[in-house]
Design a protein around this ligand. Structure first.
Ligand code: UDP
Length: 238
């Protein structure tokens, strides 16, 4: 097996990425497949941090649209990410991958609190480290949490996993003529409002020089290919 091209990456999985064939919640087959890929790369020596969203369970904005207090809805969304993180931890541990969940909200009977220096130590020791509860603040997203944590841990690359092959001018599911961008700049992604990540997340990556790769990780082995230095998906750089 080839040596990883990166020392440390952060992989952002949306909660929806876990739904698979289920109507909501977590598809165990899909979770297992994603865990297989993470395990394979971790076992090759790549340091992997994960941020998992909660959109398969709750989103604050959607709950607020139904009349709930927005902050309460965001708290529910952040707690949803903790559940997803625990599910991924379990899947990884069943594959013998040492894993830690660290939450930005204190739920320390079920997982550790997020403490940056402790997170760095977990990563240095080769433990897959899952950052749960987003940033710990309402009105943010787990995309922003992913770029914040990527900067904090000094990740060499932030990967945003999507269902499509990268960044397109329009949604390729509904617009087959959409143009695919192999390379683009952070400012282009923001100015053209391309479906990359939310603006806060892109700006944090831009201002801290974290390359951002948008790619389909539903293809088995895709993570290992990127870890080995293959240029798949779209790359957002300066
Ligand atoms: N959330 C939040 N602060 C954060 C991260 C997330 O309040 O720093 C809440 C917010 O309500 C969000 C939900 O958690 O809708 C789930 O996160 P997100 O929508 O980013 O999940 P994804 O779309 O990646 O599944």
């Amino acid at each position: 097996m080839s040596q990883p091209a990166y020392r440390r990456i952060l992989l952002k999985l949306s909660g929806e990425a876990l739904i698979g064939d289920e109507s909501c919640g977590i598809d165990p087959m899909l979770l297992g497949r994603l865990a297989d890929d993470v395990a394979a790369s971790a076992q090759q020596g790549l340091q992997i941090a994960l941020v998992i969203g909660g959109g398969n369970l709750f989103r604050g904005a959607a709950l607020a649209a139904e009349g709930m207090d927005r902050v309460t809805g965001d708290h529910m969304g952040m707690l949803a990410t903790v559940m997803n993180a625990l599910a991924m931890q379990d899947a990884l541990e069943r594959r013998s991958v040492p894993t830690r969940v660290m939450s930005a909200l204190k739920v320390n009977q079920v997982c550790e609190d997020y403490i940056r220096r402790r997170a760095l130590r977990h990563l240095d020791k080769g433990r897959v480290t899952i950052f749960a509860a987003g940033t710990g603040n309402p009105f943010f997203t787990t995309d922003s949490a992913a770029s914040l944590r990527a900067v904090e841990i000094g990740a060499d690359l932030l990967i945003k996993a999507t269902k499509v092959d990268g960044v397109f001018s329009e949604d390729p599911m509904t617009h087959p003529e959409a143009i695919f961008y192999k390379r683009l700049t952070y400012d282009q992604a923001i100015a053209e409002r391309l479906q990359v990540m939310d603006t806060t997340a892109i700006v944090l990556c831009r201002d801290n020089g974290i390359p951002l790769r948008i790619m389909n990780i539903y293809e088995a082995g895709a993570l290992a290919r990127v870890a080995a230095g293959e240029d798949i998906g779209s790359l957002v750089v300066t």
